[in-house]
Design a protein around this ligand. Structure first.
Ligand code: COS
Length: 384
């Protein structure tokens, strides 16, 4: 749903201009230094980018899902690192509180997440619990007015910068299934919470991940999301239903950027006496990419509209995430191919995108997990 086309166009224009004029020129330096310059982060805060999707009553822009995916597509047209910086505040690092938090939890944390003063982070994955998220082992045992958390979370995006962690832990340590899991908000600086060293990754330099370790970390009972035990896994899954649609949009934006770069190169690069864009085998790669990006856009906007209309979009969101991220991988591969030898050289930038976008097919659920989710939803609707 688009609330006001005019207001949205203004927002998309300002994001697009910021991406072109401020972020694209900084891509290389961010990749080299593994750091987004503090000044750029301030500009992102001033533009309201940290609170795009947070409710207006808590200082955000309150974008609908349709508006959000269109904004995410624009942000996708630069290094995914920049989107990652604002991604968790708008998504997995805040959605748990937005959808299932108590009014007091929303009041306390959402305004600071919306302004970017506080960075949010989502702690689901563990060393032994990745795709099988319900097998997580971190425990949260009630002790008077507190829960005592013990366990290790792995590959946690933005954890080194985070001020607030949404943490899934087992409140019934004897219970094996998803129903024994609860979700908490834990503030950085809480005694017993520590971070591992920053992971060295294939790409997305400047976006940081690390372990988050809980050792007898005492968290007040008020920090149990929704003040309800046993529903934390469902909270996490609902968070991911939305997050996956957002990642699909970012992947589509990145594919558009790579295709634009590949087209420019194909128009300028001459071989056999003419621009390589004149060759049909190059044209086939450009055309396939264009059509797949278009299909991806249509799918994502449709799923977003359905979510705005109140439909459950678990299957659609997984379809979009699977299709868009796999498509993005194919476009990245073709873009490198069109650049030829130059595509392998870092100074042309396309190899950096090739590495950066590889993560899209893995995080917030691998392609194989999306396939499982889609097939299960099909089975369920058949049984109904
Ligand atoms: N919305 C609401 N509730 C949901 C849900 C959703 N999208 N998906 C599952 N649930 C509920 C189920 O209805 C079930 O509730 P009941 O026990 O009351 O019926 C409960 O959650 C458990 O669901 P299920 O039995 O399907 O859980 P599984 O352990 O079989 O796992 C998958 C489901 C594989 C889909 C899940 O573990 C998953 O998404 N894994 C990938 C995790 C991931 O994306 N990690 C990336 C890191 S986070 S950035």
């Amino acid at each position: 749903m688009i609330r006001s086309q005019e207001t949205l166009n203004m927002l998309l224009d300002s994001i697009s201009r910021f991406v072109r004029e401020r972020l694209v020129p900084s891509e290389e330096i961010v990749a080299e230094t593994d750091q987004i310059p503090a000044g750029l982060l301030e500009e992102m805060k001033d533009l309201g980018l940290f609170g795009l999707c947070l409710p207006e009553e808590y200082g955000g822009l309150g974008l609908t899902m349709e508006e959000e995916v269109l904004a995410a597509m624009e942000l996708g047209k630069t290094s995914p690192t920049f989107r990652s910086a604002i991604g968790s505040n708008n998504g997995i690092g805040s959605t748990g509180i937005v959808i299932d938090g108590t009014p007091a939890q929303k009041e306390k944390y959402l305004p600071r997440l919306a302004s970017g003063e506080l960075i949010g982070s989502f702690c689901l994955t563990e060393p032994e619990a990745g795709s099988d998220a319900a097998s997580l082992r971190t425990t949260a045992v009630r002790d008077g007015g507190h829960y005592v958390l013990n366990g290790t979370k792995r590959f946690i995006t933005n954890a080194p910068e985070a001020g607030l962690f949404t943490v899934m832990a087992r409140t019934d340590p004897a219970g094996k299934g998803a129903g024994a899991i609860s979700a908490f908000v834990v503030e950085a600086g809480t005694a017993g919470l520590s971070l591992g060293r920053i992971d060295r990754k294939m790409g997305q330099k400047g976006a940081h991940t690390c372990d988050v370790i809980f050792e007898n970390c005492r968290v007040p009972v008020e920090n149990l999301i929704g003040e309800k035990e046993g529903v934390g896994f469902k909270t996490a899954m609902k968070v991911l239903d939305k997050g996956r649609l957002h990642i699909a949009a970012v992947a589509t934006g990145a594919a558009e950027r790579m295709l634009a770069d590949a087209l420019r190169y194909a128009m300028e690069r001459r071989q056999f006496g003419k621009a390589i864009v004149e060759f049909e085998l190059i044209q086939a790669m450009l055309a396939d990419s264009k059509a797949e990006i278009y299909a991806s856009r249509c799918m994502i906007v449709d799923a977003a509209r359905r979510r705005d209309a109140g439909e459950k979009v678990t299957a659609e969101s997984s379809c979009a995430k699977m299709f868009a991220t796999e498509m993005c991988g194919r476009v990245a591969d073709r873009a490198v191919q069109i650049f030829g030898g130059a595509g392998y050289m870092s100074e042309y930038g396309i190899e950096r995108f090739y590495r950066d976008v590889r993560l899209f097919r893995i995080y917030e659920g691998t392609t194989q997990i999306q396939q499982i989710v889609i097939a299960r939803e099909m089975q369920r609707s058949f049984e109904r």
